[in-house]
Design a protein around this ligand. Structure first.
Ligand SMILES: *Cc1c(COP(=O)(O)O)cnc(C)c1O
Ligand SMILES: [Zn+2]
Length: 412
């Protein structure tokens, strides 16, 4: 517990103390957490991890907190599902779904980053936590702030799904809807943060927040039997998750917990908001901000904070990036539900649609051990599917009524 040396600039390597900082004052590069890997190496093993709790906190030695986690004790260790039916449809021999649509407590991978960020905020002595959010972060911050007994302020773009709004309000938070896109909300939140001494989980404590995502990668490797997969398809918003999954595999390799990282990392976005995959396709690491227009609202960030590193991860790992239309997103959601019985949100539809495309392009091979990242729950984005199905047939409560529709062959 507590192997953090401090923060370090990702660009110029300047070192900083463990403080609520996120930008290098010399080169404006992003700061990241600097761990004492030499000591960690002597403290953890496959066995010690397996003896830990069935949550993301089994990897506590690699998390950026000093004491015990203060909140989110049950987050993570979600199922890695062998997806034989979907694999057959897509033409992949060994396909897995890492299923954070059932993460505790708010059904998305954001519970991982938030449990770390709020634990860290409490260590720093804050009594109020905040975030700009596309929806899932809002749910998780409101929930875990309530559980931790902290005040919270949450800023969202107007027009979010009803499930995301109610799923934030229910925890008794201060929810504020901003007329504009997520990128407008994010800019405003930075200004508010300069006025008030609050912990913005994805702004002033972003370096700590981001490392919660590493647990998603650790779990994939452990659940595959201590190995990294050949291919991973990741839905991308700000590019935090995609960079941290790759980082997690690299750390496990460096610590001798797995043997090598063959993983090609693929970025998945919606065509209506694809700044990262567009840069990858164009062979540049310069992100051109876009104005989002897609039903995949949870990943609709037009000016991604870590976009440059998202592109770099895909390139360095031998992966690629693709995007799919809203129509393909809906098809992807239905395909996952009908083959594997998993109801994911629009971001998951993006992942499935992009995976299909990458296989058709030959970028993912039939023999590649492939993991697709399902990061959120379909009950939160019902708007995307609500017009896909007619009302169910209504019958009288007797057997004749049933036999009538049954013989009309209305059944699948
Ligand atoms: C936030 C989010 C992502 C991607 O997050 P990054 O900002 O790229 O780390 C993916 N899926 C869902 C459902 C999300 O809410
Ligand atoms: Zn720097």
């Amino acid at each position: 517990m507590g192997y953090v040396k401090g923060l370090r600039c990702k660009e110029c390597n300047k070192e900083y103390d463990k403080l609520p900082l996120h930008v290098c004052e010399y080169c404006f590069g992003p700061l990241e957490v600097d761990y004492d890997y030499d000591t960690i190496k002597t403290k953890i093993s496959r066995e010690s991890i397996q003896a830990g709790p069935a949550s993301m906190w089994r990897y506590e030695a690699l998390m950026p907190i000093d004491g015990e986690p203060k909140v989110g004790h049950h987050v993570g260790f979600t199922p890695l599902v062998r997806a034989k039916n979907l694999g057959k449809v897509l033409g992949i021999k060994e396909l897995y779904v890492k299923n954070d649509s059932v993460n505790h407590p708010t059904f998305s991978f954001k519970d991982r980053v938030v449990s770390v960020a709020i634990s860290k905020a409490i260590e720093f002595g804050y009594d109020t936590v905040c975030c700009p959010s596309t929806g899932n972060l809002a749910n998780s911050v409101a929930s875990q702030a309530a559980a931790a007994g902290l005040k919270s302020f949450i800023f969202i773009p107007s027009g979010l799904e009803a499930g995301k709004i109610l799923g934030t309000n229910v925890y008794g938070t201060n929810l504020i809807s901003v007329k504009g896109s997520y990128d407008d909300v994010n800019r405003l939140a930075s200004e508010i943060g300069a006025q008030h001494n609050w912990a913005f989980v994805n702004i002033n404590i972003r370096p700590y927040y981001g490392d919660g995502s590493k647990s998603y990668g650790y779990e994939i490797a452990e659940q595959l039997g201590w190995k990294a997969p050949d291919a991973v398809v990741v839905p991308v918003a700000g590019s935090s998750l995609i960079t941290k999954i790759y980082r997690a595999f690299k750390e496990f390799d460096m610590l001798g917990l797995i043997d090598g990282v063959p993983s090609k990392i693929f970025a998945a976005q919606a065509t209506g908001c694809a700044p990262v995959t567009t840069a990858i396709k164009n062979g540049t690491d310069v992100i051109k901000p876009v104005k989002p227009n897609t039903i995949a609202k949870s990943i609709a960030i037009g000016n991604p904070a870590d976009g440059y590193y998202g592109v770099k991860t895909a390139k360095e790992s031998g992966g690629y990036g693709e995007d799919v239309t809203d129509e393909e997103v809906v098809k992807g959601m239905k395909l996952l539900a009908e083959t594997e019985g998993i109801f994911t949100e629009t971001a998951g539809g993006v992942t499935v649609g992009v995976t299909k495309k990458l296989i058709e392009q030959g970028r993912i091979k039939p023999d590649d051990l492939t993991v697709i990242c399902i990061t959120g729950n379909g009950l939160k984005t019902q708007e995307a599917l609500i017009n896909e199905y007619p009302a169910p047939p209504e019958i009288e409560p007797n057997i004749e009524s049933f036999e009538e529709i049954f013989s009309n062959s209305m059944m699948v």
